[in-house]
Design a protein around this ligand. Structure first.
Ligand SMILES: [Zn+2]
Length: 448
């Protein structure tokens, strides 16, 4: 059995009272945290145990991102400075439609590599229409913790060739869920992923939701209320706003994760609260596509679950939780005052609240005895960071001053994925070369 002790300068636990331990160690056996104890010299020579002295580093829980599109990583920089429906119609749907297995595999690897290097240890991915099994394979190969699912589209007026027959979508999805829910020793769970109201028939949405009964702990993951034009069309189609429509067809509950939720009316806020549905907030994407500002302080006041996601590389153009944390805080302050969305609140959105959104907070999201070892070592000894820290400014150091360059090491489920800032899994030069090659081929297919 693997035994490991990591000594850290500080341990920021994100437990229920935000405990910070100074000069403590965590003991890890196999994939679990079995002890948090003060450093003692005898620990350095504990039998059958590897001792890691990170006494100049800060140990924090791995970050959780609840809205990602791994299939789009290849398209970074190819769809800038347009609004949502044009972005989908002119760029993203044609590009996703042009994926073959090799390009999708490379895109997923690029995304997972970037997420791990930046300290994300759990993600919820939206998937894509075709070759979804490739994304599952790459998630499993990396060992990252994930919810993912085939993106489901049975209506597409924006790009009609990018869709499938309703029954086909449902049966393919069911087969994928049977194969991949609980895959890789439970590291992967199925997240059913109808794209958004405009691309899904009512039958598809309802039958997807009822299919989930066969897959306990799976999620229903879709986009909602992102853009005013989108909402106008939803209203024309269904005579209701987006969340009201979801409530009407009974797809809202506590296993529903909705990306964006920017433009909600009062009744919709009430419905989110009543159904205990989850908001995945993606501030970079919302700003770049000029979609708007989600009233996150209001949702938090109503005790609605909020967590963070980078969305996809072409609408961000990073997959960087540090950027999302910083923006999640800063964009609210002009409206609500400087005290709102303080650094501790935002740090929790990116850790334990993300785990709660996915119903895995009994396993990850904080550093506590009994939880899985999804951990980051941060190097906060940089001249660009605050030079004098107390417990409060430790959070602001991470949230306001931090960026992915402070991520020194990343552990998922007891296994190192990043050490000393370098990926243990991927050669960066090979990934880049493969990415360029696959993107060139994909763009030719997209034009053809
Ligand atoms: Zn998205």
């Amino acid at each position: 059995m693997k035994n490991l002790i990591i000594r850290a300068k500080e341990i920021v636990t994100a437990d229920s009272v935000n405990t910070i331990y100074k000069d403590h160690c965590v003991r890890i056996q196999e994939n679990k945290i079995t002890d948090i104890l003060p450093f003692n010299i005898s620990l350095t020579t504990a039998p059958n145990t590897e001792f890691i002295d990170a006494s100049d580093k800060t140990l924090i829980p791995g970050f959780v991102q609840t809205h990602i599109h791994l299939c789009q990583t290849l398209f970074r920089g190819l769809a800038d400075d347009v609004q949502l429906l044009d972005w989908l119609q002119l760029y993203i749907f044609p590009y996703e439609n042009a994926h073959d297995k090799n390009s999708l595999r490379t895109s997923a690897r690029l995304g997972i590599n970037e997420l791990l290097l930046g300290g994300t240890t759990t993600l919820l991915d939206m998937g894509t229409l075709n070759h979804q099994e490739v994304i599952f394979e790459e998630l499993a190969n990396s060992g990252i913790r994930a919810f993912a699912g085939k993106c489901m589209i049975d209506i597409n007026t924006l790009f009609p060739s990018f869709k499938a027959d309703t029954q086909n979508e449902l049966s393919t999805t069911y087969e994928l869920a049977k194969e991949f829910h609980g895959y890789n020793n439970g590291m992967i769970h199925y997240g059913f992923a109808p794209r958004f109201v405009l691309s899904c028939s009512e039958k598809l949405l309802k039958e997807t939701k009822s299919m989930m009964q066969d897959f306990p702990k799976s999620l229903f993951h879709t986009h909602s209320s992102e853009n005013k034009d989108e909402i106008r069309v939803v209203r024309e189609m269904h005579n209701k706003d987006n969340i009201e429509y979801f409530d009407h067809i009974n797809v809202l509950d506590d296993h529903t994760v909705l990306a964006h939720c920017i433009h909600l009316n009062e009744n919709e806020i009430r419905l989110m609260k009543k159904n205990n549905s989850r908001v995945s907030h993606c501030p970079s994407s919302n700003l770049k596509l000029a979609s708007g500002y989600a009233n996150i302080p209001r949702y938090l006041k109503e005790n609605i679950s909020v967590s963070l996601g980078a969305d996809g590389a072409p609408c961000n153009n990073q997959l960087n939780i540090f950027t999302e944390m910083r923006l999640a805080s800063l964009i609210q302050k002009p409206f609500h005052g400087p005290e709102i969305m303080d650094a501790i609140t935002v740090f929790r959105l990116a850790t334990i609240d993300g785990a709660k959104a996915l119903h895995i907070d009994d396993q990850v999201g904080s550093i506590e005895v009994g939880k899985k070892a999804d951990l980051l070592l941060l190097d906060l000894n940089k001249p660009t960071l605050p030079l004098n820290r107390n417990d409060i400014s430790l959070y602001s150091t991470i949230v306001y001053s931090g960026d992915k360059t402070i991520v020194d090491s990343v552990m998922v489920n007891g296994e190192w994925k990043v050490r000393n800032g370098n990926s243990v899994l991927y050669s960066q030069s090979e990934l880049q070369a493969q990415g360029k090659e696959e993107l060139d081929k994909l763009l030719k297919r997209a034009v053809g």
